[in-house]
Design a binder for this molecule. Structure first.
Ligand SMILES: *Cc1c(COP(=O)(O)O)cnc(C)c1O
Length: 216
């Protein structure tokens, strides 16, 4: 697959869902990809990228951002509190806010800086013990707490269990966003982004379908 092919599939999915062309944000997930592959996708015009580790992003993006204007970076992986400062300096959006302590740290940094990345609450829709995110039943409270901290909470994010039909998980997330008045829905990856768009995704996170298999 290429970026153009994925963009075309996204346009079709938007049209089938009765949504405007370009209304869904395509985040190209560049984690673990070689710089050469990332540059190739930048050369094709993509400017929105997702990384799952702060350190990896710090290692490559400052240089790439000098060569390519207008890049915006989304953190999609777990964020340790001690990396929060680096994360707010580097990322335009953080999709993995999964606990109150992290929200409190982000709030303090936001106060200090007078600016904060856009935040998504990560919801562990499958209640998987190894996966980050608040449980669905705790999401409303977490969103309220983040709002109480004056944080710019714009949406909800999920990573459905690997071996299950993602549709019920996407629906759960859409329900949480709707009842909390959140416009953003970060859901859908290489194998299921069209379904996610049909169920309301506003941000899809696509890695291997654009870049090829990681490390391949
Ligand atoms: C790696 C990753 C993706 C992209 O996965 P693909 O299957 O390669 O598209 C999306 N979201 C998160 C949180 C990821 O860690």
């Amino acid at each position: 697959m290429t970026l153009a092919a994925i963009t075309e599939r996204l346009r079709v999915a938007e049209a089938l869902a009765g949504r405007d062309a370009g209304s869904v944000t395509l985040i190209a997930v560049s984690k673990v990809q070689t710089e050469e592959r990332v540059r190739a996708v930048l050369d094709q015009g993509q400017r929105i990228f997702g990384e799952n580790r702060v350190q990896e992003a710090q290692g490559r993006w400052p240089v790439l951002q000098q060569d390519y204007a207008g890049v915006s970076l989304h953190l999609i992986g777990p964020l340790q509190t001690n990396k929060a400062r680096a994360a707010v300096e580097m990322f335009d959006a953080i999709h993995s806010v999964d606990r109150l302590k992290l929200a409190q740290t982000l709030a303090r940094l936001a106060q200090e800086r007078g600016h904060c990345p856009q935040l998504f609450v990560q919801v562990n829709t499958g209640a998987e013990s190894q996966k980050a995110g608040v449980l669905p039943e705790d999401a409303d409270q977490m969103i309220a707490q983040m709002r109480g901290l004056d944080l710019p909470v714009v949406g909800a994010m999920c990573i459905p269990p690997f071996d299950e039909d993602p549709a019920p998980h996407f629906r759960t997330l859409a329900g949480i966003a709707a009842r909390n008045g959140l416009a953003g829905l970060s859901m859908g990856m290489s194998d299921d982004f069209e379904l996610a768009v049909a169920l309301g995704a506003t941000h899809i996170r696509v890695g291997s379908a654009i870049f090829g298999t990681r490390g391949g």
